[in-house]
Design a protein around this ligand. Structure first.
Ligand code: BGP
Length: 480
């Protein structure tokens, strides 16, 4: 029997501002920390800068038309704070906000529901220069000013709001996702302090949506992976539980219960890593409750025991910069608590991300059972080296296989009663990867450029474009 998704299920895809827009210093926009980080990584590693990215700033009408052609009923994107407030605070940049008015109007004209992310890694550079950005509590007040302006501006046009993108990933990869001055990079407590400031900013944004947006719904967009034990040895199972508490529940409990997961906080306190929490913080966090959770799911993770007396030291997640399987630079390790490792039961992408559709079904079931809130997917997808073949096409059957299995997993979760609102895989069109330039592609729409040469950023429909069009047309009943 063919299985359709619920009647008003939202189908679409996702992007983020600095990864897709380009026009990094145009029409009054000033640099964000990502413009600076990516300029450095171009110098050091040859990955593209964010200057032009996919030039969506100039192609947005064409891009929305292509989304419409695929049948999108939603589109998840982010607003660049430094386009609207070039210095983070102060005067609004009229041309900057006009871009988002135009984009949102274009989406609504095409009956595509905008799902707006307020913050996706791109803090205005001025705030980094002023006070080291997220390291300083002042950022919460500046974020509130920015968020209030944006939410007010679009309160009658945007129903779904996501606050901060992937706090859990920011903790792991903090120098990629935030600009951290060299002299602070060995102070790991700051990872959790930054996260605490983000929890406050998240709560502030939730309160603003509840206050200002009629029927508005708000939640965080969290990078989330289930953690499996490497073996059924009790010490590995315990390690997986520890990893789950520190990497997953530590965020979810804030969003839905307004408190830090005890076991994780005790671990952090014992090791001098816990955030400084000021009077009133936890009350604010409780008041800023979430209506739903947006999940970014790519891969599952695996953990094993790491005895306290081993010779290992605290370290955070490594990254694969080459796109050659097996070249990941290391795994997160907390001696005495857990050590992450490769799952021998799963194949991986070329960048060592475990491919695991059942993992997505698992997290849907698990999170919904524990918190009983609606969920949506705001990222899911396969990074790959796509080839533009001589016939002018992109035969990305591997991406279709990946997405098909994940959509089927999502259906199984719905079948078991999980409330899922939307599926917005990564990414609508090819864009700048956070860690691997533009060679690593995710889109349904190919953007013809290289790391060195932006060319014209011509848009070309991939095979997955036509496949997804059919999936949406049949409301998920036809996945072949
Ligand atoms: C998520 C981010 C996205 C995105 C994606 C793929 O963590 O929210 O911004 O880029 O991962 O990651 P990458 O670009 O490193 O392949």
């Amino acid at each position: 029997m063919k299985k359709e998704f619920p009647k008003n299920f939202l189908w679409g895809a996702a992007t983020s501002a600095y990864q897709v827009e380009g026009a990094a210093l145009l029409d009054g926009k000033k640099a964000s920390q990502q413009d600076v980080i990516n300029a450095q990584s171009y110098e050091e590693k040859g990955f593209a800068t964010a200057d032009i990215a996919s030039d969506h700033y100039h192609h947005y009408k064409e891009d929305v038309a292509l989304m419409k052609e695929m049948g999108f009923t939603s589109y998840r994107f982010s607003i660049a704070w430094s386009r609207v407030f070039p210095d983070g605070t102060g005067e609004v940049n009229e041309k900057g906000i006009q871009f988002y008015r135009n984009l949102i109007d274009e989406l609504l004209k095409n009956k595509i529901e905008p799902i707006v992310t307020l913050y996706h890694y791109d803090l205005p550079w001025t705030l980094v220069e002023k006070y080291n950005g997220w390291v300083d509590r002042q950022v919460v007040a500046d974020f509130e000013n920015y968020a209030r302006y944006i939410i007010n501006e679009f309160k009658n046009k945007v129903k779904y709001w996501t606050t901060i993108n992937e706090q859990s990933i920011i903790v792991q990869y903090w120098t990629q996702k935030c600009y951290i001055p060299k002299e602070l990079q060995n102070k790991n407590q700051l990872r959790y302090q930054i996260n605490h400031h983000m929890n406050l900013a998240h709560a502030v944004a939730c309160k603003l949506v509840h206050e200002l947006v009629p029927n508005g719904l708000v939640g965080a967009a969290l990078g989330y992976a289930p953690v499996y034990p490497l073996t059924s040895k009790p010490e590995d199972v315990m390690a997986a539980l520890n990893a789950h508490d520190l990497r997953n529940s530590y965020y979810l409990d804030i969003y839905f219960k307004g408190e830090y997961t005890k076991s994780a906080l005790i671990y952090l306190e014992k090791h001098g890593l816990a955030p400084i929490i000021e009077a009133g913080d936890m009350e604010l966090i409780k008041e800023g409750y979430s209506d739903f959770l947006a999940l970014n799911y790519y891969a599952s993770e695996c953990a094993k025991a790491c005895p306290k007396n081993s010779d290992k030291e605290l370290r955070y997640s490594g990254v694969n910069l080459s796109g050659k399987k097996g070249e990941i630079s290391g795994f997160e390790t907390h001696p005495g608590f857990y050590e992450m490792c490769k799952n021998p039961n799963l194949d991986t992408t070329d960048w060592d991300w475990a491919i695991d559709p059942i993992g997505m079904e698992y997290i849907f079931r698990d999170i919904y059972t524990r918190y009983n809130k609606p969920l949506m997917i705001t990222e899911n997808g396969l990074g790959a080296f796509d080839e533009l073949t001589k016939d002018g096409k992109i035969h990305d059957s591997y991406r279709i296989d990946y997405l098909r299995e994940h959509i089927a997993a999502m259906y199984r979760a719905i079948d078991y009663g999980v409330e899922i609102l939307a599926y917005c895989p990564w990414s609508a069109l090819d864009l700048l990867s956070t860690s691997n330039g533009v060679k690593k592609r995710y889109g349904f729409i190919y953007v013809n450029r290289t790391d060195d040469d932006p060319k014209e950023c011509e848009r070309i429909r991939k095979d997955s474009f036509y496949w997804y069009q059919k999936v949406i047309r049949t409301n998920g009943a036809e996945l072949t």
